[in-house]
Design a protein around this ligand. Structure first.
Ligand SMILES: C[S@@+](CC[C@H](N)C(=O)[O-])C[C@H]1O[C@@H](n2cnc3c(N)ncnc32)[C@H](O)[C@@H]1O
Length: 202
C-alpha cells in the first residue's frame, strides 16, 4: 500500500451502505460534488469509482489529510486534487468557478464546534447550484432525544474531548439550514444508529 494512504477503520464498515444510499440521494444529472472533511480520502475515492460520470472535489481542514486524499484518488480520473478548506472561513473555494450539485459531509458535525454546522449552509449558499442537495452523515438526536444508548455514551466521550462537540439535533440543524435558505427534506436511517440527513434550497 502507498504509505501516504491512511486508513480509517469506520470506512470499511459504512462505505457500501453509504454508496448505495447516494444512488438514491444524488440529484439527477449530478456533475460536480464537493466533499467537506474528506479525512483519509477513502470515501471519495470509492464514490469516484462508483460514479464515473461525476467529478468530485475533496477537501479537508487538516493539511496532513490532503496527501492521503490525493494518494487514494490517484487511480481515479474524476477526482480533482484535494484542497485545504476550513469551512468556517466564508471565502471558501473563492477561486472556484464551479458550482456544485451536491455537498457531502460525513462524520464531521458532531466532532467540530456548532459554528462548523452553520458554516456548511453559509458556504453552500454561495457555491451550490439551485437544485443542489446537501447530505450530512452521522449520529443525530431527534426531537432532543438520542436514538440509542450507544450514541448517548458517544456524546459523553465527545464532550470529554471538547465541550463544543456533540451529537446534533436534526431540528437544530434544520434551523441553521433555514437561516441560509435551505431546509431538511430527507432522513435516511443508516446502520449503527446513524442517519444521512438531506437538505435542499427552500
Ligand atoms: C471524523 S473525521 C471524518 C472524516 C471522513 N469524512 C470520514 O467519514 O471518515 C472529521 C473531519 O472533519 C475535518 N474538519 C474538522 N474541522 C473542519 C473545518 N472547520 N472545516 C473543514 N473540515 C473540518 C477534519 O479534518 C476531519 O478530516
Amino acid at each position: 500500500m502507498n504509505d501516504k494512504k491512511r486508513d480509517a477503520p469506520s470506512y470499511h464498515r459504512n462505505i457500501e451502505v453509504i454508496t448505495n444510499q447516494l444512488r438514491i440521494i444524488l440529484p439527477k444529472n449530478t456533475k460536480y460534488v464537493l466533499e467537506i472533511g474528506s479525512g483519509t480520502g477513502q470515501h471519495v475515492a470509492h464514490f469516484a469509482s462508483e460514479f464515473p460520470d461525476i467529478v468530485f472535489q475533496p477537501t479537508d481542514y487538516k493539511v496532513e489529510n490532503l496527501e492521503s486524499i490525493d494518494a487514494w484518488a490517484a487511480d481515479q480520473k474524476n477526482i480533482l486534487s484535494a484542497q485545504r478548506l476550513d469551512i468556517t472561513k466564508t471565502d471558501w473555494l473563492a477561486d472556484s468557478t464551479r458550482k456544485f450539485d451536491a455537498l457531502l459531509c460525513f462524520n464531521v458535525i458532531h466532532i467540530t464546534p456548532w459554528e462548523v454546522t452553520k458554516a456548511i449552509f453559509i458556504g453552500a449558499d454561495k457555491i451550490m447550484n439551485k437544485d443542489c442537495k446537501i447530505a450530512i452523515y452521522g449520529p443525530f438526536k431527534i426531537n432532543g432525544t438520542q436514538t440509542s444508548q450507544s450514541n448517548e455514551e458517544f456524546e459523553k466521550w465527545l464532550k470529554g474531548r471538547d465541550s463544543a462537540y456533540g451529537v446534533r439535533d436534526i431540528e437544530d440543524v434544520n434551523k441553521a439550514a433555514q437561516a441560509y435558505g435551505f431546509s431538511h427534506i430527507e432522513k435516511h436511517p443508516m446502520p449503527a444508529n446513524n442517519f444521512i440527513n438531506v437538505f435542499a434550497r427552500t
